[in-house]
Design a protein around this ligand. Structure first.
Ligand code: FUB
Length: 451
């Protein structure tokens, strides 16, 4: 994925200077499932391997933001190893998480080894970043054809529901414990009804190797309620998928097809979902838009949109620009995790569970960008926490000018703080850290703060 060339790195920086999508550049992040909790948006994603030529997915990741433009990696707290019943090291497909009574319930699909088909599982944690455990030690919904892509929803009366399905749509009630079913599994029978789920289309089925009639609904349900109406957003029309939606006055249907929400993405799948955050609305989806992206190397993206006054959803264009106006500015006088970034080139984040995360695989010319940093009346010093045995520096640039440069020479794998004076930093600006040093991997970077 990486092309280590300083001219290319700087060229890439110039080209993507205003790009917000994909929202994460350090890893592939398919099947984004956003969740608003207080002043934070969490996005739970899958993880396509960087070299995947077919679905190759082993674990699930979490990212968070408070401003919708700077994203913090919270780690990779669940993998197939969390679920003893699952095939290990593969088939860790789409997921969605929700908080209830202080516990986090993360519904995933993975291969149920008893039948070799995907089933639905649930991980539970006290914190969105984990650690997660499988509280039942078996699939919540045992494997069956098309049993992928769980979407969880809690209605106003407290009743929780789980929807899921590819080439089929099923749902059931969840008990209040969120880890047991509160009803039978109910199939939605009328997927071929065009008034319910949109046009049926003849499409190539890549598993059957022939053209087949596809229903409007394909996979990736995303269920929510707005102004008393239930919305079901889904990947539609076979592959390549677009995003469409249906609505209903009851969670039990009947569903009424309402139209397209997004056209086909650069990836042949388009899993996503919407949130309202800070009085604004955002739609998440995935694309193949990383430099090494592809249909099996997908990345989360987000667009802001406005609801139509009559409660219908607009057709939301996909952009590289993404969210133009941050929800709030970033405070550089509180410690900022190094793995918080709006954009980056070259460097990586760790692949760990737990709460300690850092930026690694830093090479000469790599950079990371933060948007909308509020320096207020002026910063005079920057401190950076780093470790490693290969020295280098972090150059701070704002509006193309060098504001300071931290020399980093830890000479050990213990975290140490390095500092440098900064100048000319007042008011609100985007800021870039450019990493410099000899060829090869440099130090690791944990966090920074300004004074
Ligand atoms: O990421 C694996 C599968 O691809 C998901 O479960 C589907 O929704 C599609 O995005």
């Amino acid at each position: 994925m990486k092309i280590r060339n300083i001219a290319m790195a700087m060229g890439a920086f110039a080209l993507v200077a205003t790009a917000q999508n994909p929202i994460v550049q350090t890893k592939c992040t398919p099947d984004p499932a956003p969740y608003v909790h207080g002043d934070t948006v969490y996005v739970f994603t899958g993880h396509d391997e960087e070299d995947a030529e077919y679905f190759s997915m082993k674990d699930w990741q979490v990212y968070a933001t408070t401003d919708m433009v700077n994203w913090t990696y919270l780690g990779t707290p669940m993998s197939t190893a969390t679920f003893k019943w699952a095939k290990q090291g593969d088939n860790a497909w789409a997921s969605q998480a929700i908080e209830r009574n202080g516990k986090w319930y993360w519904y995933i699909c993975a291969e149920d080894t008893t039948c070799g088909l995907h089933g639905i599982g649930v991980g539970v944690a006290d914190n969105p970043a984990g650690p997660y455990v499988d509280p039942i030690g078996k699939p919540l919904v045992p494997g069956n054809w098309g049993f992928i892509d769980p979407s969880v929803f809690i209605d106003d009366d407290g009743q929780a529901y789980l929807f899921w399905g590819n080439n089929g749509l099923w749902y059931c009630k969840l008990n209040e414990d969120m880890i047991s079913l509160g009803s039978d599994v109910i199939p939605v029978e009328n997927l071929a009804d065009e008034k319910a789920f949109g046009p049926n289309v003849m499409k190539m089925d890549y598993q059957l190797h022939k053209r087949v009639m596809k229903t409007g609904y394909e996979e990736g349900p995303w269920v929510f309620k707005r102004n008393g109406l239930y919305y079901l957003v889904y990947a539609a029309g076979g592959v390549p998928e677009h995003m469409a939606y249906s609505t209903s006055k009851s969670i039990h249907g009947p569903w009424k097809y309402r139209g397209r929400v997004m056209d086909e993405s650069t990836s042949f799948t388009i899993h996503g979902g919407s949130i309202e955050f800070a009085g604004r609305d955002f739609m998440f989806y995935h694309t193949a838009d990383l430099p090494n992206g592809g249909g099996f190397r997908r990345s989360s993206a987000v667009e802001e949109f406005k609801w139509n006054p009559d409660g219908t959803m607009p057709l939301i264009p996909m952009t590289r620009e993404g969210v133009k106006t941050p929800v709030r500015n970033l405070n550089p006088y509180q410690r900022v995790e190094a793995e918080t970034m709006a954009d980056s080139y070259g460097l990586q984040t760790d692949r760990l569970a737990g709460h300690e995360h850092y930026v690694t695989s830093i090479h000469n010319g790599d950079w990371l960008k933060l948007r909308s940093v509020d320096f207020g009346k002026g910063a005079s010093k920057v401190k950076a926490r780093c470790r490693g045995i290969r020295p280098g520096s972090i150059q701070i640039r704002v509006d193309g000018k060098v504001a300071g440069e931290v020399q980093v020479n830890p000479q050990s794998y213990d975290w140490q703080e390095f500092e440098a004076p900064v100048q000319g930093l007042e008011g609100v600006h985007d800021m870039v850290f450019i990493f410099r040093g000899a060829d090869g991997e440099l130090f690791e970077f944990d966090s920074w703060i300004m004074e």
